[in-house]
Structures are given as structure tokens and as C-alpha cells.
Design a protein around this ligand. Structure first.
Ligand code: CP
Length: 324
């Protein structure tokens, strides 16, 4: 495959290959000199039209740990603010020899446009487009679940077959929810989305998951719960739930977390609204994997760049020779 635009691009075997490769790269990078020489001489461009902390930094760290040259482009402070189009921006990057373009954009579909336009010859990786998809977030969430649930119950193999995963919150505006529903079900999990009726998208009946409005009914049967931020910046004021009412019905607090099975974990993609969808008590508890997800994000993004730019899948391991 040349691009990663949607979690739907990945078959079960593709997804397991990315996760296995990420695991192998994490093992190789777990030493004082973290760099591998694998992408030496290649150029990765981070093209961010929308704010990001975790995704931008971890793609940069991932590319650097593979010894690629990294160009960071932020629309703020660039000629985009003078009206330059996506096409002209892309042609400029192409002229600089980008082997991969990692794009975050406020418009759903912008990465697809970039991948199919012919404006650039390199690989395109979707780092989050509008309310559409965020496939590397879903991959790092699956990596975290595979790791955290491996020791529980009857164990987890290379996929997530039979696991019950609950995604809670602003499903309507969440690219993280869309990509996770697609990827986690591809990996064999049974996914339930939980939200107020106003934050469930029209058309979600066609998604490969169950829908519930009752968080308390779902929690005792879940292996993992993923809490999502309410994305006020994508809502008109009429949609805003009140913080107190939302937290009372859909927020995860210590009392609710205690109703989950003992092995069950809490994921959050970040950024968090502490006090709204998650209390500080839950966010800071050992059951919450938010920080671990960020660490895993670097390994997963290393695997994505490595595989897209021509590396061999896990098995014949990437060279462990330290970069000079
Ligand atoms: N989870 C995530 O995409 O975070 P950022 O917006 O900080 O990249």
C-alpha cells in the first residue's frame, strides 16, 4: 500500500502487520541510542492545517527515530494565511522532494484529495481530517489494547477477537470514533458506542457496532472504555450539553469505573476535558492508558512510515544497527 487514508484501507492482516512491526520497532528502539538507520535519506513532511500536540510531535519523533529528514509545516504562519491553496502548498512540498506527507486538515477528505490528485508522488498519511478519520490514532489504540488486555481473562492474541470495547462521548464529531469502530471490528472486537442521542451521527445504523444511550448498563460488560472529548469547537451553541448534565450521564468517575471488570482499562486519545468526560481521579489512575497511548503512538507511527516507505514487515526485523 502507498497511502494510509482510512482505517477501512486495512485488512485484518494489514492491521496485525502494522501492530507486529510497531512492537518490533518498540523493542529495537528501547535502548540508549533510540535511532534506527532505516529511512536515512528519506524526507517526511508534517503538514498541519489544524492544531495538534500528540500527533504532530509523535510523527516527528517517529520519523527522526528512523533517521528520516523531517520538515514541519504549520499552516499558521505560512503562506496559507495569504490564501495559498492546498494544491500550491502540495506542489511546493513536492519540489522539495517529500517521500511522505503526513497531513492533518480541518476538511474531511483533504488527505484523500492529496493522495489522488497527482500533485505529489510520495505517500500520504492521514493524521486526522475534519470529523472523518484518524487511522493512526486507531492503530495506537489497538496496540495499547492488545498490550494491556494480553494478560487478562483468556488472553488476547494478535488481534482483539471477542473483546468488548465501548466508545463514549461526542461520536458525531469524532474522527477517532470512526477510525476505531472500523479498525477494532476488523480486528475482531465487538464495539458499542455510547452518547447522548444528539451526539450520535445520522447514518451510524450502518456502522459495524451497537449503539447505546446508557453508559451504566454497558460498563460491567466491557473490557475497555474509550472516553472522547466533547468537541465544542465543531458545534453550534445549540448543541452544547451542559457540563454538569453531561458529566452526570456520560462522564467516567471513580464510582462508575469501579463497576467495570477488574481487568478493564480506560483509554483517552487526548486532549482531555478533565471534569467533563473524565474525572481527574480516573485520568490519573493506573487503569487509564492515556500516557501509554502517547508512547505507543511513536512506535505505531514508526511502523506506518517504515511500511509505507518500503520497509519489510515484521518477521525479518528491521536492522538494529545504530544510526551514525
Ligand atoms: N489524539 C490526538 O490526535 O491528539 P492531538 O490533537 O494533540 O494530536
Amino acid at each position: 500500500k502507498h497511502h494510509l487514508i482510512s482505517a477501512a484501507d486495512l485488512t485484518r492482516d494489514d492491521a496485525v502487520m502494522v501492530l507486529d512491526t510497531a512492537q518490533e520497532l518498540a523493542r529495537l528502539a528501547d535502548r540508549p541510542i533510540k535511532k534506527l538507520p532505516t529511512l536515512r535519506g528519506r524526507t517526511v513532511v508534517n503538514l498541519f492545517f489544524e492544531d495538534s500536540t500528540r500527533t504532530r510531535i509523535s510523527f516527528e519523533a517517529a520519523a527522526k527515530r528512523l533517521s528520516a529528514d523531517v520538515i514541519n509545516f504549520s499552516a499558521k504562519g505560512s503562506s496559507v494565511s495569504k490564501g495559498e491553496s492546498l494544491k500550491d502548498t502540495a506542489l511546493t512540498l513536492e519540489a522539495m522532494g517529500a517521500d511522505a506527507v503526513v497531513i492533518r486538515h480541518h476538511d474531511s477528505g483533504a488527505p484523500h484529495r492529496l493522495a489522488t490528485s497527482g500533485w505529489i508522488g510520495g505517500s500520504v498519511v492521514n493524521a486526522g481530517d475534519g470529523t472523518h478519520e484518524h487511522p493512526t490514532q486507531a492503530l495506537l489504540d489497538a496496540f495499547t489494547l492488545r498490550h494491556r488486555l494480553a494478560g487478562s481473562g483468556d488472553g488476547v492474541g494478535r488481534d482483539l477477537t471477542g473483546r468488548h470495547i465501548t466508545i463514549v462521548g461526542d461520536i458525531l464529531h469524532s474522527r477517532v470514533a470512526r477510525s476505531n469502530v472500523l479498525l477494532l471490528t476488523t480486528l475482531g472486537a465487538e464495539v458499542t458506542v455510547v452518547a447522548p442521542p444528539t451526539l450520535i451521527p445520522i447514518g451510524s445504523e450502518g456502522w459495524p457496532c451497537s449503539v447505546s444511550y446508557d453508559l451504566d448498563a454497558v460498563l460491567p460488560k466491557t473490557d475497555a472504555v474509550m472516553m472522547l472529548r466533547v468537541q465544542r469547537e465543531r458545534m453550534t451553541a445549540a448543541y452544547f450539553p451542559t457540563e454538569r448534565e453531561y458529566a452526570r450521564r456520560y462522564g467516567l468517575n471513580g464510582e462508575r469505573m469501579a463497576t467495570m471488570p477488574e481487568h478493564a482499562v480506560v483509554l483517552h486519545p487526548g486532549p482531555m476535558n478533565r471534569g467533563m468526560e473524565i474525572t481527574a481521579e480516573v485520568a490519573d489512575s493506573p487503569r487509564c492508558t492515556a500516557v501509554e497511548q502517547v508512547t505507543n503512538g511513536v512506535s505505531v507511527r514508526m511502523a506506518v512510515l517504515y511500511l509505507l516507505l518500503g520497509g519489510a514487515p515484521a518477521g525479518p526485523a528491521p536492522s538494529a544497527a545504530p544510526a551514525t
